[in-house]
Design a protein around this ligand. Structure first.
Ligand code: 3PG
Ligand code: CO
Length: 554
């Protein structure tokens, strides 16, 4: 309809191809030995940073600037790409769940009423990531939900835990399981039969994304639903401690285990009539398990037994697929994204990344919607990621392939916007391997070069930015920034950071008078969308966060 029509920008022309490059996990921090971006050879990014000062700036990528509950919350790819694409700041899942739990509204909603039907006769299962990382889930929310569900009639509860070590320090899982066990013991003292039933590491069990490797989801299904796993324990703390002793093991990759009773029977397989809640609020790594739990027609792996359950997500994870159909908290209504506007205003759009980040520049960018707005004007290309490896052994990942697809898309003349995510600094940063992360940063920089060269060739414009920090700081620090030691060793930071991220603009198609404004107080990622719309020759809608640029007459 007409409401999609964007006003012309008064000064900037249309028709210049714009490359939007998102470096995943590339923040700005002090140049020290734990800053892999600083250590790595990154001549292309260096030249942007040391180029014209009015063409390089920093924006906030964490906390309230991206809709997270507080400024102690590090950024992440979901909220980062949501902000980049939507141009406004939405209260995100973490915050919405906090509010629903605090007000008790979560227990009045349709989703809770739906699962509550099972409480009298059957078991409530809770599946999700057990940590206080605040990226996919939060332990305190699980604790509140346990308490609230039992107060609202749940008599038998089983937890299927996924250990983290990626958004939090490796090794911290034991403490989280201990905390949970204490809560469960208290519930049992009150007459609620509540126990941990199964577990496994988040990168090996259940939490795959973008259909990279269905085996990950199957391993979870076998443990959670069928009660089958290669490792059996009577106690979850012992399970995590013992399995961590396996060679090269870390919290992220703990193999699946089930908790069994004295006779060796699993204490909590998911059975007909049970209720299931996946308690992660973040979408990407819940979509696959949601499909396995919800879809009648499903051929991604043999589910063997498909229990008739009442399933609800903490949130609805995919707004286009309406998946899952029942959920405890309504997701943020991220609508009228810049991608949708631009496509309806004739901007032909190309987006590309490799599998493990593919949905970041499509699904997240478009407000957690899968699919095209107008397939005649859009092309999304996914480069298959290497499967079954940790990316420190392959730190170059598919950066060159992604960049070459972007280059070809630019040179083809078929697209007005070419958008990519370069995953290296994030995916390798999460492994905690500093040497490999340095290689990763160099590879990402080389990919940027390929794209900028193509922008040069077609007379286009580039916007190079990032979704949050990661590789620029690989050590856990104290209040005054000093690396924290444990038993004489530094503690490796596998997670994201609170650091700001760069935004660089340039290219032969950029009008000479364009510069970053200096009057914005604390711009963040949400200011990028209006900026990109301007570079396509349009004004952003009036409710968008203001553009980062101004055009001065020279
Ligand atoms: C993950 O899901 O891999 C991490 O928890 C967060 O990383 P991302 O936000 O960069 O995807
Ligand atoms: Co990350």
């Amino acid at each position: 309809g007409n409401s999609w029509k964007l006003a012309d920008h008064p000064k900037l022309p249309k028709g210049k191809p714009v490359a939007v490059v998102v470096l995943d996990g590339w923040g700005e921090a002090n140049p020290d030995q734990y800053n892999c971006i600083h250590i790595a050879e990154t001549p292309t990014m260096d030249s942007l940073k040391n180029g014209k000062p009015e063409r390089w700036t920093l924006v906030k990528a964490h906390g309230t600037a991206v809709g997270l509950p507080s400024d102690d919350d590090m950024g992440n790819s979901e909220v980062g790409h949501n902000a980049l694409g939507a141009g406004r700041i939405f209260a995100q899942g973490a915050k919405l769940v906090d509010l629903a739990l605090a007000s008790g509204k979560i227990y009045e909603g349709e989703g809770f009423k739906y699962i509550k039907e099972c409480f009298d006769q059957n078991t409530l299962h809770l599946i999700g990531l057990l940590s206080d990382g605040g990226v996919h889930s939060r332990l305190d929310q699980v604790q509140l939900l346990l308490k609230g569900a039992s107060e609202h009639g749940a008599k038998r509860i089983r937890l299927h835990i996924l250990t983290d070590g990626r958004d939090v320090l490796d090794g911290s899982s034991i403490g989280f399981v201990e905390t949970l066990e204490k809560d469960l013991a208290e519930l049992r003292a009150k007459g609620v039969d509540a126990r941990i039933a199964s577990g496994g590491g988040r990168m090996y069990v259940t939490m795959d994304r973008y259909e990279n490797d269905w085996d990950v989801v199957k391993r979870g299904w076998d443990a959670q639903v069928l009660g089958e796993a290669p490792h059996k324990f009577q106690n979850a703390v012992e399970a995590v401690k013992k399995l961590r002793e396996l060679p090269n093991m870390s919290d992220q990759y703990i193999p699946p285990f089930v908790i069994v009773d004295e006779s060796g029977n699993p204490v909590g397989p998911i059975l007909d009539g049970d209720a299931v809640v996946t308690f992660n609020f973040r979408a990407d790594r819940m979509v696959m398990i949601a499909k396995a739990l919800e879809y009648e027609d499903f051929d991604k792996f043999d589910r063997v037994r498909v229990p008739k359950i009442r399933y609800a997500g903490m949130l609805q994870y995919d707004g286009e697929l309406k998946l899952p159909s029942h959920y405890l908290v309504s997701p943020p209504e991220i609508e009228r994204t810049s991608g949708e506007y631009l496509v309806y205003n004739g901007v032909r759009t190309f987006a590309c990344s490799e599998t493990v980040k593919f949905g970041h520049v499509t699904f997240f960018w478009n407000g957690n919607r899968s699919g095209y707005f107008d397939s005649s004007k859009e092309e999304y290309v996914e480069i298959p990621s290497d499967v079954g490896i940790t990316f420190n052994v392959q730190p170059k990942m598919k950066a060159v392939e992604i960049a070459e697809k972007a280059r070809d898309a630019l040179l083809s003349g078929k697209f007005d916007q070419v958008r990519v995510n370069l995953p290296n600094s994030d995916m390798v940063g999460h492994t905690g391997d500093i040497d490999a992360t340095v290689v990763a940063c160099k590879a990402a920089d080389e990919a940027v070069k390929i794209i900028l060269d193509a922008v040069e060739q077609v007379g286009g414009i580039y916007v190079v930015t990032a979704d949050h920090g990661n590789a620029e700081d690989m050590v856990k620090r104290g209040k005054s920034g000093e690396p924290l030691l444990k038993n004489g060793n530094i503690q490796i930071l596998t997670s994201h950071t609170l650091q700001p991220v760069p935004v660089a603009i340039g290219g032969p198609g950029l009008s000479p008078g364009v510069k970053f404004r200096s009057d914005l107080q604390t711009p963040g990622l949400a200011n990028v969308a209006a900026t990109v719309m301007n570079l396509h020759g349009f004004e952003a809608p009036s409710d968008y966060e203001p553009t980062l640029i101004e055009v001065v007459d020279n």
